[in-house]
Write a protein that binds this ligand. Structure first.
Ligand SMILES: Cc1cc2nc3c(=O)[nH]c(=O)nc-3n(C[C@H](O)[C@H](O)[C@H](O)COP(=O)(O)OP(=O)(O)OC[C@H]3O[C@@H](n4cnc5c(N)ncnc54)[C@H](O)[C@@H]3O)c2cc1C
Length: 508
């Protein structure tokens, strides 16, 4: 039986580790059951953002009336929008072609499953035939996740949309007349924004009390209020039954508090109720890799699985399902696989940022207020609205407007930054400086403390590292939106800080 030095499952962030293996001259195999480039390139981040941007422009044009300009959207050229989107997805063909010429690499296009210790079989998706059977010295599982399909009565019997078939054979020829979105998380919020802007009558059905549950409650409320300008949002409503006839699809929803039921009708249904692990397809148990009770692969701080010489990262470990987090882990994992034992690095998820590209946009890094308090921190929060800075006003945001977004900072009593949350235009850009600051190091380790080994970041500019002091001491370009974030600190309020003799502590 053929044996590879390195087998990588998944061609998303998995390609990053594969590259290192190939550079080292290892005999490698790549296993992928869908398009090369995987979720982010072919059915996730990238094609969705090609659709988000035109939707943003529509909403911005509408907002322009607040500053004295009236635009009319004359035409939505769906064909051009679609063509631009497919041009990105189709990059997978170019990547696959170039991979097929790489020396020392065997590409298996099919579903890989473990059939024994370090032993794998690959079956073609089309024919079901076995197209590969081999062993690997080292495995990297970067097998990602797929749409979770909830057990709703009737769902198995009808056709519906997920992100997988939307960026596939169910991509509509024109925006649907009406769309019911089951789920109220990140993907739901992005699709709701896209299609409502393109004229689709959208209804969101979420069984939890609020949208985007990962965010601060006031950000969820703010988003819900703003989305409701353009669509129906039913929180606390559970989709319990679906059906379909030639003309339309129907979703029966039930109010989780009153038990009251009602029927919703639309041309199409999008199911966006979270993600599920692909470890089942991979049959990881056959090689002794353990999963948690939800099926996510358990990884150590070095991204090892429970089985020696099998590593895992990205969506497959169920933690923070974002492409930049998968990329970060892929570099760290490559270091731990191929680097010297003494330079092994530990993962650090304390500063994982993300954005939700809905309308208004949301940016997030670190802890929410509730998370910080529940972890035992004594904190300040600082909130500042866009309307309170000159640029915000210039952009048409006034106090008490329902779309007057804000920045909320979560700060430890030592002034260490614990989290930053933004909702409003350019939220992703406004949150990023806090990511850099938070990564600037928290501790005052001595210079001889070996870099990259410990759990702490090296404190280069101690004691201010990781605190908001560099923001406080910096000039902020005037008048720019940076002032919303930079000047938020001026509004710092203690939440649960027990003051001792009115003393403030700087640093740790
Ligand atoms: C609609 C949508 C929008 C998103 N937008 C963003 C965004 O804006 N920003 C962001 O950071 N993240 C976004 N994400 C999340 C992001 O796409 C993922 O976090 C990222 O792609 C994960 O990368 P990965 O390498 O871990 O897994 P993947 O990219 O999913 O790669 C894993 C691949 O392995 C394949 N595979 C699994 N099991 C097997 C098997 N047994 N045999 C063969 N192949 C197998 C899978 O089919 C898949 O193609 C979005 C996701 C979706 C769905």
């Amino acid at each position: 039986m053929e044996t590879y030095d390195l087998v990588v499952i998944g061609s998303g962030a998995g390609l990053n580790v594969l590259k290192y293996g190939l550079q080292m001259g290892l005999k490698c195999a790549l296993v992928e059951d869908t398009k090369i480039g995987a979720t982010c390139l072919t059915r996730g981040c990238i094609p969705s953002k090609v659709l988000v941007h035109p939707a943003d422009l529509i909403r911005e044009a509408e907002h322009a009336s607040k500053v004295g300009i009236k635009f009319r959207v004359e035409k939505i050229d769906w064909n051009l929008i679609a063509k631009r989107m497919w041009s990105q997805i189709d990059e997978n063909i170019v990547i696959e072609e170039s991979l097929s010429h790489v020396e020392n690499l065997m590409l298996f296009k099919g579903n890989g499953e473990f059939v024994g210790e370090y032993e794998m079989q690959v079956k073609s998706i089309e024919s079901g035939k076995i197209i590969g059977h081999f062993k690997g010295d080292k495995y990297v599982i970067a097998s990602g996740a797929r749409s979770f399909i909830p057990p709703i009565q009737g769902l198995k019997e009808i056709e519906y949309i997920t992100n997988e078939n939307f960026f596939g054979d169910k991509f509509p020829e024109k925006p649907w007349e009406s769309l019911i979105i089951i789920g109220g998380g990140v993907i739901a919020a992005e699709f709701a924004h896209i299609f409502s802007a393109f004229g689709t009558k959208v209804t969101i059905v979420e069984m939890l009390p609020r949208l985007v549950m990962t965010e601060e409650p006031e950000i969820s409320t703010f988003l819900e209020r703003n989305l409701k300008k353009y669509m129906a949002v039913l929180v606390n409503h559970k989709a319990i039954k679906v059906s379909s006839n030639k003309k339309e699809k129907q979703v029966t929803v039930q109010d989780v508090n009153s038990g009251e039921k009602k029927d919703l009708k639309a041309e199409e249904i999008l199911v966006a109720t979270g993600r599920q692990s692909n470890a089942d397809k991979l049959k990881v148990k056959n090689t002794g890799v353990e999963t948690d009770k939800h099926g996510w692969i358990i990884t150590s701080k070095y991204l090892e699985t429970s089985k020696p010489n099998i590593w895992c990262f990205g969506d497959a470990n169920g933690l923070y399902q974002f492409r930049h987090k998968a990329n970060y882990e892929s570099d760290l994992c490559a270091n731990n696989i191929f680097g010297p034992e003494s330079e092994k690095r530990e993962v650090d998820y304390s500063v994982v940022p993300w954005a939700i590209f809905t309308s208004p946009q949301i940016g997030h890094v670190g802890m929410t207020q509730e998370e910080a308090i529940s972890k035992g921190y004594e904190i300040f929060v600082a909130v500042k609205n866009y309307s309170t800075v000159a640029k915000g006003f210039a952009m048409g945001y006034n106090e008490d407007d329902i779309d007057d977004g804000f920045v909320k900072l979560i700060i430890d009593k030592s002034y260490k930054l614990l989290g930053a949350h933004v909702v409003g235009p350019h939220a992703a850009l406004l949150v990023q400086p806090f990511v850099y600051l938070m990564n600037a190091g928290y501790t005052c380790d001595s210079p001889e403390f070996p870099a990259r080994t410990g759990p702490h970041k090296l404190g280069r500019s101690c004691p201010e590292a990781g605190s908001f002091m560099p923001v406080y001491k910096s000039m902020v370009i005037h008048p720019s939106l940076n002032e919303v974030a930079g000047w938020a600190i001026g509004n710092m309020q203690p939440v649960n800080i027990i003051m001792k003799n009115h003393e403030h502590h700087h640093g740790e």
